[in-house]
Design a protein around this ligand. Structure first.
Ligand code: NAD
Ligand code: MG
Length: 298
């Protein structure tokens, strides 16, 4: 309940704690099949007009952190385009309905962002269909865990770099051409940029790359009045994890070794995306915002 989420309470006990049931799904997975269901803010995020009239594109907006940002942006008054993979249409349909329920325009842009033509077109299509683009959230990500270094395949290494770095680079290039002064680009990095885990070391490598790229992007784009920042999540309860992002055993205890004893829920990171997108964040650029459950980033 909306009221309940904002009621003052001990945050350690606000959301489900492990153990979680085993729930493997093929990549990219569907949020709607998770147990317990993540809280993306469907009934709990309250807006207050912070993005009234803005036009935003969120990659990976069908599920997880991107879905939480999409719901929050719509509740704050923005029209929202989401990009996602075709297999994720059932999740995307739910998000489109939630955006439209706020009386905002929703645009669905399915397709594979590892294809350069598609990645570039998605940004242009969002701007065409929304009538401009003010906020670009480059959030889509690929993460697959392996037992050890020698087990990481070249195929997955390639998929990880293509999704997390190439697609991000292509989308940022297109966004930089389109965004007006006051516009905002937000990337999703990870605590993995600072505290890499061996099982996902190639993923961690891309997240460190996102931090470096976003800082340089911010330096260049402020000359056009555009801000760019990265968000660095810790463990969040999203379908990225049971669809191969963690080794299956680890899903059952996911987030249990954080200071909170639980993973974050996507709605708990949405306010940071809203701040960075909105004019309230007018002096914030080139920053990395950790939302890690107390682990910190350095
Ligand atoms: P998620 O699986 O819900 O979202 C990732 C999305 O990426 C998918 O929904 C999919 O639409 C998109 N995607 C993946 N490959 C794609 C491709 N080839 N083409 C188009 N879209 C593609 O999981 P999430 O945890 O919400 O992930 C969002 C971001 O957060 C990712 O960048 C992830 O690396 C990052 N992140 C997540 C965590 C966590 O614990 N969940 C922690 C740190 C960082
Ligand atoms: Mg998804």
């Amino acid at each position: 309940m909306a009221d309940d989420r904002l009621r003052m309470q001990d945050p350690r006990h606000q959301y489900p704690q492990p153990p979680f049931p085993a729930q493997p799904q093929p990549v990219p997975g569907l949020a709607r099949e998770m147990d317990p269901k993540p809280d993306h803010g469907e009934t709990s995020y309250q807006g207050s007009g912070k993005l009234r009239g803005r036009k935003a594109l969120i990659s990976g907006g069908d599920s997880g952190i991107g879905r939480a940002a999409a719901i929050a942006f719509a509740r704050e008054g923005a029209d929202v385009a989401i990009s996602y993979l075709l297999e994720e249409q059932p999740d995307a349909d739910e998000v489109i309905a939630l955006i439209e329920a706020e009386g905002r325009k929703a645009v669905a842009l399915p397709g594979d962002l590892t294809d350069e033509t598609h990645a570039r077109r998605v940004v242009q299509n969002a701007a065409d269909q929304l009538g401009g683009l003010d906020v670009l959230v480059i959030n889509a990500g690929h993460q697959q865990a392996f037992e050890s270094l020698d087990k990481i395949t070249t195929e997955d290494f390639d998929e990880t770099l293509k999704t997390n770095l190439y697609a991000l680079f292509w989308m940022a290039q297109e966004g930089a051409k389109l965004l007006p002064p006051g516009g905002s680009i937000i990337t999703t990095a990870s605590i993995q940029a600072y505290e890499p885990s061996t099982a996902i070391m190639h993923y961690a490598m891309t997240k460190a790359g996102i931090v470096a790229f976003t800082k340089a992007l911010a330096t260049e784009l402020i000359s056009k009045g555009i801000r760019a920042n990265a968000v660095a999540p810790g463990p969040f309860w999203t379908v990225l994890q049971p669809s191969g992002g963690q080794l299956p055993e680890k899903v059952k205890s996911f987030g249990g070794d954080s200071k909170f004893g639980r993973p974050g829920q996507p709605v708990e990171i949405a306010p940071v995306y809203v701040l960075l997108a909105s004019q309230e964040g007018s002096y914030i650029t080139g920053e990395v915002f950790g939302v890690t459950g107390g682990e910190g980033i350095a």
